[in-house]
Design a protein around this ligand. Structure first.
Ligand SMILES: Cc1cc2nc3c(=O)[nH]c(=O)nc-3n(C[C@H](O)[C@H](O)[C@H](O)COP(=O)(O)OP(=O)(O)OC[C@H]3O[C@@H](n4cnc5c(N)ncnc54)[C@H](O)[C@@H]3O)c2cc1C
Length: 391
């Protein structure tokens, strides 16, 4: 068997994008995907920012609708409407999105094997040996370097010594039927999604995705959310299948090794504020592809050489992950009364308008707007952070 250049484990967006970039540069790439069909088991709302669409080859056919506003509800139901003239984000069909990404990589020459579960990766001095189970048949594929893009809490990273995810949350979601419902809604409150939030996101006509994040019992909270949405007449039925997924809130301790790179959810490259991981995963896959191109060219796939990747992605999103995680922990401590109070202060003092007009307000980059919000003394006081060392 000939030695491949790169084996990518996982054909989610980050794995396929990386495969596309490396195959495009002329490297021999094999993508191994556990599932027989792409995107079918993915639990994702599919909201990605305009910046992501502009920066990456997102297939227009996968875009269901564009979004330029959202209504955010405080625990007691007070609304705060976020609105911009231009579209800020879109909702993609994750199955179509993942398929299109894989097709683009295949179009550049990347090979895909579906139904191929990677069991183990053995790192040698001059190659990596990837052990695969395909419908009960065991096989080994060899390459110069391996990329783990296997999604949330992959056991492979633990085995390879890059550490475990430090913190995570579970998400639950289902498709619902709606009537005259056209705007994204986000709900806060300990009884709705303790420490996190819930959403109702319109997709195709008469359909929406209802979901939430929670550290415990996401299915039970989702059941309650659906009942409340039915009572309020926001949805007319909720008979879709429930899906669950984990979301990392902190990155891995280390995202590279000898002949090894870890990207996307597997590396914990996700916005800790919202749990959105597609854009940050793609940004990091891009940095990984550039590092790998150089390392393959100079045939230096040592950990030292690949550490450039980690420096690169930390430079790009490290601050966002740190400030986002800190803010997330802060939010988790707040009572419903405190959150309501912050909503009131924002409205009565015009902070809401100032934030809406602020140049820092961005769908994908949250640290500046969060720090600006906490810069208002009244908000910081209500959030009880005035005495923290950070403040
Ligand atoms: C409820 C919920 C809602 C979300 N909504 C959004 C959203 O609106 N916007 C957003 O940006 N993000 C959202 N996310 C997060 C988003 O889904 C992930 O960040 C994104 O899918 C990560 O992409 P990835 O390529 O790193 O991993 P994945 O998409 O998880 O792909 C990993 C692939 O690896 C395969 N795999 C795993 N193990 C193996 C193995 N051993 N061998 C071979 N193949 C393997 C899997 O089958 C999978 O296809 C949401 C997550 C949840 C749970």
């Amino acid at each position: 068997m000939s030695l491949l250049d790169v084996i990518v484990i996982g054909a989610g967006p980050t794995g396929s994008y990386l495969a596309y970039k490396l195959a495009d540069a002329g490297y021999e790439v094999l993508v191994l995907e556990r599932e027989e069909e792409l995107g079918k088991k993915t639990c994702c709302t599919g909201i990605i920012g305009r910046e992501c669409v502009n920066s990456f080859p997102v297939d227009e056919q996968a875009i269901i609708r564009w979004v330029n506003s959202a209504s955010i509800f405080s625990p007691s139901g007070k609304p705060f409407r976020v609105f911009r003239e231009e579209n800020q984000a879109c909702v993609v069909d994750r199955t179509a999105f993942d398929l299109a990404m894989a097709e683009q990589a295949q179009g550049r020459g990347a090979q895909y094997r579906f139904g191929s579960q990677v069991r183990d990766i053995k790192i040698g001095d001059s190659e990596v040996a990837v052990e695969v189970n395909q419908q009960g048949e065991e096989s080994i594929h060899k390459a110069r370097v391996a990329v783990v893009a296997a999604g949330f809490a992959s056991r492979l990273t633990e085995k390879l010594g890059t550490g475990m995810l430090g913190d995570f949350v579970m998400g639950a979601q289902t498709e619902v039927s709606t009537r005259d419902f056209d705007e994204v809604e986000v709900y806060f409150g300990r009884k709705i999604a303790p420490g996190f939030f819930a959403w109702l996101v319109p997709t195709t006509s008469g359909k929406a995705l209802a979901g939430l994040l929670s550290r415990r019992s996401p299915g039970i909270y989702l059941g309650k959310l659906l009942n409340s949405l039915l009572d309020k007449g926001k949805i007319v039925s909720a008979d879709g299948e429930l899906s669950y997924g984990g979301i990392p809130l902190k990155p891995l301790a280390r995202t590279y090794g000898e002949r090894l790179v870890v990207v996307g959810d597997a590396a914990g490259q996700v916005k800790p504020t919202t749990g959105g991981g597609v854009y940050y995963g793609l940004l990091c896959a891009d940095i990984a592809a550039n590092t790998l191109k150089m390392a393959l060219k100079t045939d230096d796939l040592s950990a030292k050489s690949l550490s450039r990747y980690e420096r690169g992605w930390k430079k790009k999103i490290g601050r966002e992950l740190r400030v986002g995680y800190w803010s997330r922990k802060l939010y988790e401590r707040l009572t419903d009364r405190q959150v309501d109070r912050i909503f009131d202060i924002m409205k009565s003092s015009g902070i809401d308008r100032a934030l809406l007009e602020a140049k820092e307000l961005s769908f994908d980059w949250h640290s500046d707007i969060l720090l600006r919000l906490l810069g208002y003394r009244a908000v910081a006081k209500a959030a009880d952070v005035l005495k923290t060392p950070f403040y």
